[in-house]
Write a protein that binds this ligand. Structure first.
Ligand SMILES: [Zn+2]
Ligand SMILES: [Zn+2]
Length: 584
């Protein structure tokens, strides 16, 4: 132990802030966890990169780059194309050897919702800045003996998503696949022991920002990770054991997948492995003791405003909250609200920095922080979490059933509109008698593992034939609502009114009220379709997403066209909207 300590201290004095502490999935107590100064936003970018003795790999590649798969000068612009869309939240710089990525570890999308196996950690901003930034090699070097991530690299990150969020091994520190046991939210992430948010699956939802032609992440060996397809939409061929392959256009690169390994299944390129993780890499700032799994808890809500955050969860019949506020100086005040509304408050201060600032003092072992009481401490450790059980599905709607299609519907996932109640009359502005606007929609309770949403608005005529007015798919998983007349979110399909792409409002000539169904589908992946928008009908979409539906939710509205006659927005005979179609 003493030898290790000396070595550790020596390394700590040499390495620019990258140590083995703080991350979520530390296995075995090295004595270093939580030892680092926390919330250190004062460190400055290094003027010179000090290499460690065993970083010869990186030194070697800097002086004598070997066969580089991609054209050497393509890498910086490729890196920029992936990370730039997330500026200014994500900042980048390069020193000719590495591409550095700074972020606070907090994504723009919502977090935590959908987790059914929860360790009571919450997302806190992390100091991935300055010397503690992420670094991606500018000249990836194929490894002599490529390392698989299977049962290896279980600590720390193996890749960095384009939005500056680290991606960990799909296996957690116990070797379980996080995505298969309810540990992950709808975006493929959760929080580790340092209250650090990270993904354990491919963040395909970033394609909502990036498109399909850019990498969604870079493995820490420097090779890019693309989505499920090549940039041109074609399926990747001849993938190796790490989900990677080499193409003429892109050189070596990985692809995301919807099952293990989800991201890079190993490192085609050289990395340094140290104490079970790619090294060096930034450390997360632990603010409190790592907590125990809370059996039976389901996270049902998360919101934030400025420096205040609120996480809502259910245990049994109780609804509880963890409300927390970032205070000046890096402290965090927690209010734990139980099912009876009783509040327990705890404040965690960032630990004192050692003399000399920056890294911990040379020659001194990292100090263990003073005792800090965490919630749950003092009570017996709960048994391991169990997977949430879905309620038995309800019957599908008549329209969908009649079309020979039965989507899963647990009842947990709900759809509403701020403009009309379920079963209510559609306001005329959403019809062909008004402004032909698309209805604003809001959905909640999507199951964990949801990777995209789709929306279909349809109607079943008396003969049982479906008419459809709105087909919208590949809505990113971080979207929970669509505004009135939504644009730029998801991919549009066609409608049966005029067979063109886009929304066609109800504009029936027939007498009496008609019933229209809006259905939102929570999908386990993106819908892969190579058709033009005008060719994607309700049936084409249903067939393409048939095996992806995790849950569905429905909103039913009615419209009686006679009601529009003489109304403020309507005129006798109907006033056509901008996207009016032939009435059917
Ligand atoms: Zn994790
Ligand atoms: Zn490829």
């Amino acid at each position: 132990m003493s030898t290790k300590f000396v070595r550790y201290a020596l390394l700590a004095s040499l390495v620019f802030g990258a140590t083995s502490s703080g991350f979520a999935h530390s296995i075995g107590d090295t004595g270093h966890d939580h030892a680092a100064p926390r919330y250190d936003f004062t460190v400055q970018p290094p003027t010179r990169i000090v290499m460690r003795a065993n970083d010869v790999v990186f030194l070697a590649q800097a002086t004598a780059p070997r066969a580089v798969a991609a054209p050497a000068n393509a890498q910086p612009s490729l890196l920029s194309s992936a990370f730039q869309p997330f500026a200014p939240k994500v900042k980048t710089r390069t020193d000719g050897q590495f591409f550095y990525v700074e972020s606070d570890g907090m994504p723009a999308h919502n977090m935590m919702v959908g987790i059914t196996a929860w360790q009571q950690q919450v997302p806190l901003p992390q100091p991935y800045t300055g010397a503690n930034a992420w670094r991606i090699p500018l000249n990836p070097v194929p490894a002599q003996a490529p390392a698989s991530i299977k049962n290896r690299f279980l600590r720390g990150a193996i890749a960095l998503a384009a939005n500056g969020i680290p991606i960990f091994n799909p296996q957690n520190n116990r070797g379980d696949i996080s995505n298969e046991i309810g540990e992950l939210d709808q975006w493929g992430g959760h929080c580790g022991r340092a209250d650090d948010y990270h993904y354990h699956a491919a963040p395909l939802h970033l394609q909502g920002v990036l498109g399909k032609d850019k990498p969604i992440a870079f493995a820490l060996d420097g090779y890019p990770i693309y989505g499920l397809t090549e940039p041109d939409g074609t399926a990747p061929t001849k993938l190796d054991a790490f989900n990677g392959h080499e193409t003429a256009a892109l050189g070596y690169h990985y692809h995301a997948s919807l099952k293990y390994p989800y991201v890079n299944g190993g490192f085609h390129g050289e990395v340094v492995e140290h104490e079970g993780q790619v090294d060096p890499q930034p450390r997360a700032g632990a603010g409190r003791e790592a907590l125990q799994p809370l059996r039976g808890a389901r996270i049902t809500g998360f919101s934030s405003k400025d420096t205040r955050y609120s996480l809502k969860y259910e245990v049994g019949s109780e609804t509880r909250f963890v409300n927390y506020t970032l205070l000046d100086g890096g402290a965090v005040k927690f209010d734990f609200v139980d099912g009876r509304g009783q509040v327990r408050t705890e404040t965690y201060s960032p630990r004192q920095r050692g003399p000399g600032g920056g890294d911990r003092p040379t020659g001194e072992p990292p100090g263990k922080a003073g005792p800090q009481k965490g919630p749950g401490k003092g009570s017996p450790p709960p048994p391991p979490p169990v997977r949430g059980e879905a309620r038995p599905p309800r019957g599908p709607s008549g329209a969908v059933a009649a079309a020979g299609y039965t989507p899963k519907r647990t009842g947990n996932f709900t759809l509403r509109s701020p403009a009309v109640a379920n079963g209510g009359a559609l306001p005329v502005e959403f019809t062909g008698d008004g402004a032909s606007a698309t209805l604003p929609l809001e959905w909640t309770g999507a199951p964990g593992g949801t990777k995209s949403f789709a929306v279909i608005m349809d109607h079943l005529d008396p003969e049982g034939r479906a008419k459809w007015y709105w087909v919208l798919y590949n809505i990113p998983a971080n979207i929970g609502s669509l505004a009135k007349n939504t644009q730029g979110i998801g991919t549009l399909g066609n409608n049966s009114v005029n067979s063109r792409a886009g929304y066609a409002p109800p504009h029936s000539k027939g007498p009496g009220a008609k019933t229209y169904h809006l259905t939102t589908y929570a999908l386990s992946g993106p819908v892969l379709l190579n058709s033009t928008a005008a060719a994607v009908s309700r049936e084409v979409l249903l067939a393409a997403m048939k095996n992806l539906i995790l849950d569905s939710a429905e909103l039913t509205v009615t419209y009686d066209r006679t009601g529009a006659i003489g109304s403020p927005n309507g005129a006798p005979g109907g006033k056509g909207g901008p996207r009016e179609a032939e009435a059917k």
